[in-house]
Design a protein around this ligand. Structure first.
Ligand code: FAD
Ligand code: SF4
Length: 522
């Protein structure tokens, strides 16, 4: 027998365990495929651990806890139905669960896919083998397209790379909406046709919903007892690959058509409008980014969705989503200390209750409580905008988003909240601070119509706090903002404000900020 055949023979009956993490529920899992290449299926045991400590790290939204638990349990059943042996256990900690697994089943080695977050990956690479006393193979993460192609492999960490260049390279490399090396539709960007306010009386088709089965019911009861944020009644999310695929199909068939036009619109009447509500699924592996991209592209070629919508959606997935993951790995860990605007105010209590006279915040926070979701512009231009203008401490804002949203994971929070939302990194990820007065919110929504504040006033008893804080921010940071070529022009507006009004704005903003009731945990 040759040495190679001998090795192969030895490996064929080697018991191997495959660790699958809660946000890695991929239909074709690379760690399983790696194990299958090494040993026979009967020698593979999949291990999944529901770690009590991990679920309790923050007071996560109850719906997120239920989604993760239910999706993990359905995934374990799916693998069992495919003939795999699955050890799905609950334990105090991940380490405890894996130690118990190794003691019970004595695998020769453990195979796992690299975590998408820094802390998890460091644990896999540096400590896990010592913890469980057997070798650990860490396989490359396949949940992101940048894992297959890095558009800027040699860029120094401090070199500013803008999303647009990243996006174009990604589309070219993966041949997405590309025809003979040119962008389909003759342009890379159709933003001018997008950004429309929502027409009066218009209603988008509601998203597909899924009735909880027995597994989900059990997960819902546990999540309800977790003491986490938000409400759990009416949970109707996808928890399997088939349901997530149906949710993708529902979006492509019913909402993609107007995704572009109303991408930035906000209304008191609806939460989702024409957005996809797919981030919760793709972030845990129930969908894959290329599956979403090709489905949208196919709709364009079939003539069921226009180019401005299809390009707009694809830009979010192959552009922003991949870009944020790529930036996360460049920016960590130093970005967690970033505080470019020296923001140090505690989170106001109304971020937990929605109990505020500011109608936009009242509605959006209410939705986060109810659905663990608000769409992108509400996250950016209502929640993060207020947080920047009010000078809320960046990592506290980050934690609030991490707690509140169904799709929140560190790799996506850090660049979106600290980078895009708060500009705490000084513009490394997004080139300008996304701050705006009530003018923007009033133009893009109907919130202001039902608000006790006046969106046109910047000082005085009825002035909208977004206005007072916006001008206060500009006055306070005038020099730094002037130096930013993308923001400089906005500062010119200060010229039209008299010294007296400036002083009034500053005093009113200070009084408003001093009276924000800080949150204290129950
Ligand atoms: P759609 O509007 O339908 O967009 C389609 C898909 O594009 C999304 O499903 C998502 O996968 C992807 N996408 C779009 N923009 C981004 C982006 N900036 N970063 C990453 N993916 C993107 N996204 C999360 O997945 N988790 C978060 O916790 C999260 N927090 C955010 C916090 C702030 C302050 C901001 C400004 C953005 C945040 N985003 C987050 C990005 C984006 O708002 C959400 O991905 C999107 O709103 C999810 O809803 P949807 O599936 O309906 O998205
Ligand atoms: Fe929000 Fe100001 Fe409009 Fe009220 S007036 S809804 S606080 S932007």
């Amino acid at each position: 027998m040759s040495g190679y055949a001998c090795n192969l023979f030895r490996m064929m009956n080697t018991p191997v365990s495959v660790l699958i993490l809660a946000d890695q529920l991929l239909e074709r899992h690379p760690a399983l495929e790696h194990a299958l290449a090494q040993t026979d299926p009967a020698s593979i045991r999949v291990v999944m651990v529901e770690s009590a400590r991990r679920f309790a790290r923050h007071a996560y939204h109850k719906q997120k806890v239920a989604l993760l638990k239910s999706a993990m349990r359905h995934y374990a059943d799916r693998l069992r139905a495919q003939g795999y042996t699955v050890d799905h256990r609950r334990a105090a900690t991940m380490n405890d669960g894996l130690r118990e697994h190794v003691a019970a089943h004595r695998p020769a080695r453990l195979i796992t896919m690299a975590a998408s977050e820094v802390r998890g990956r460091a644990w896999q690479r540096d400590t896990l083998a010592d913890v469980i006393g057997i070798p650990v193979d860490v396989i490359d993460n396949t949940q992101f397209l940048v894992g297959q192609f890095d558009p800027f492999p040699t860029a120094e960490p401090d070199k500013r790379i803008i999303m647009e260049s990243f996006y174009r390279k990604m589309r070219q490399h993966f041949g997405v909406l590309i025809d003979k090396n040119e962008p389909v539709g003759g342009a890379w960007n159709f933003d001018k046709q997008n950004r429309q306010p929502y027409p009066k009386g218009h209603t988008a088709p509601p998203r597909i919903t899924f009735a909880p089965d027995a597994i989900t019911q059990a997960a819902l009861s546990e999540a309800d007892e977790s003491g986490g944020f938000g409400e759990i009644d009416g949970f109707d999310l996808a928890v399997t690959h088939e349901q997530a695929a149906a949710a993708l199909d529902d979006f492509i068939t019913n909402r993609l058509v107007h995704f572009g036009a109303y991408e930035d619109a906000m209304t008191t009447r609806e939460n989702l409008l024409y957005h996809s509500f797919l981030s919760a699924y793709v972030n845990i592996g129930l969908l894959e980014p290329m599956q979403m991209i090709r489905a949208a592209e196919a709709a364009y070629h079939a003539g069921t969705a226009p180019i401005n919508s299809v390009e707009g959606f694809i830009r979010q997935v192959i552009g922003w989503r991949e870009f944020m993951y790529w930036q996360y790995w460049r920016a960590m860990p130093q970005i967690t200390h970033a505080n470019a605007w020296d923001a140090r105010r505690p989170m106001p209590a109304f971020f937990w209750t929605g109990d505020t006279d500011m109608n936009c915040l009242h509605h959006v926070i209410g939705r986060v409580r109810r659905d663990a979701y608000a769409h992108h512009i509400e996250r950016l231009m209502v929640l993060a905008n207020f947080s920047t203008l009010a000078g809320l401490t960046p990592m506290h804002v980050n934690d609030w988003f991490l707690i509140g949203f169904i799709d929140a994971y560190e790799w996506v929070m850090i660049p979106n909240v600290l980078g895009m939302g708060l500009n705490a990194d000084g513009g490394q990820i997004a080139t300008k601070p996304y701050i705006a007065s009530a003018h923007y919110i009033n133009k893009m929504s109907d919130y202001c119509k039902g608000c006790r504040f006046n969106p046109k006033q910047r000082a005085g008893a009825d002035a909208c706090p977004y206005n007072t804080l916006y001008w206060h921010f500009l006055i306070t940071h005038e020099a730094a903002l002037r130096a930013n070529p993308r923001f400089g022009p906005a500062v010119l507006g200060l010229k039209a404000i008299s010294a007296g009004e400036r002083a009034q704005i500053q005093a009113q903003a200070a009084a408003f900020l001093d009276h924000l009731p800080p949150y204290s945990p129950p």
